[in-house]
Design a protein around this ligand. Structure first.
Ligand SMILES: Nc1ncnc2c1ncn2[C@@H]1O[C@H](COP(=O)(O)OP(=O)(O)OP(=O)(O)O)[C@@H](O)[C@H]1O
Ligand SMILES: [Mg+2]
Length: 257
């Protein structure tokens, strides 16, 4: 299945084909097909337990798939001969809980991977880190330790850290879920800015209005299946599947869309 979205005729950055994932005999992803075009945002939506995080973890090779294949650019990354660490270096990941190392300054957190893994020199790594921190409104926080930052600032710093290795694609898993409501906006606005800069992103989110506003492609997962996908306009405006309709109706009734 090819899922090339409107406005994106270039080869996908990330592609999944017939992906199947089980945990101890339970199927949690089934026949997942996904194509993420460059410079686009794909939102994964669906009830808790529908498989959004597992899909992202498979894409980053944190989980081994049982069947199917995943490509990053032209490379099949699920090929057993592939250097998985090299693949992960090209994918940025941010999870729900802040992943900053508490014993390191923000700057050291951010430059760690570029320096250790990518062998970038300290001054170059720090220059890039400060540039990114400035862009995400954290210029003044470079030498602070994470516990001196608000939750929203910590999450933005985690995004900077993911960006510091110049990833091909950014995977964002519920990055606002652990935040106080008043801090959600600043993190989402960073994602919007990154989209404007052309960053390719896949995000799992329960923030439906955000998904509707920012996503080029929306995938609705149910029980490990991408039951329906389309543009944000298609999926939110005219969902075809009964399950999608019901899911969205509940969101609307809860005042979340
Ligand atoms: N390591 C694991 N071992 C066993 N089962 C797992 C594991 N990780 C996830 N699962 C199961 O896989 C299914 C999908 O989980 P997943 O975390 O991907 O859902 P999700 O859509 O991200 O949910 P949420 O919205 O709550 O984050 C669930 O039934 C979950 O219990
Ligand atoms: Mg999840």
């Amino acid at each position: 299945m090819s899922d090339i979205r409107p406005g994106a005729d270039a080869a996908p950055v990330l592609r999944m084909e017939s992906v199947r994932k089980t945990f101890g005999g339970t199927v949690v992803l089934r026949d997942v097909n996904l194509a993420v075009a460059p410079h686009t945002v794909t939102a994964l939506i669906g009830a808790s337990g529908s498989g959004k995080s597992t899909l992202l973890r498979c894409a980053n090779l944190l989980e081994e798939i049982d069947d199917g294949a995943i490509w990053l650019d032209e490379q099949e990354i699920t090929d057993p001969r592939v250097d998985q660490d090299a693949v992960r270096r090209r994918i940025g990941v941010v999870f729900q809980a802040y992943n900053l190392f508490p014993h390191m300054s923000v700057l050291d957190n951010i430059t760690l991977a570029p320096r250790r893994v990518h062998k970038v020199g300290r001054s170059e790594a720090e220059e890039h880190a400060r540039e990114l921190l400035d862009r995400l409104g954290l210029g003044a926080k470079a030498v602070e330790f994470p516990d001196r930052l608000s939750g929203g600032q910590q999450q933005r710093a985690a995004i900077v850290r993911a960006l510091a290795v110049r990833p091909r694609v950014l995977l964002l898993d519920e990055i606002t879920a652990a935040l106080d409501p008043e801090l959600v906006g600043e993190v989402l606005s960073v994602v919007r800015d990154l989209k404007d800069d052309g960053m390719t992103m896949v995000l799992a989110t329960h923030e439906m209005s955000f998904a509707r506003d920012v996503a080029d492609q929306v995938c609705f997962l149910k029980d490990g299946v991408i039951l329906e996908h389309g543009t944000a306009q298609e999926l939110f405006g005219a969902p075809q599947q009964e399950h999608t309709q019901r899911f969205l109706r509940r969101i609307v009734e809860a005042g979340r869309l």
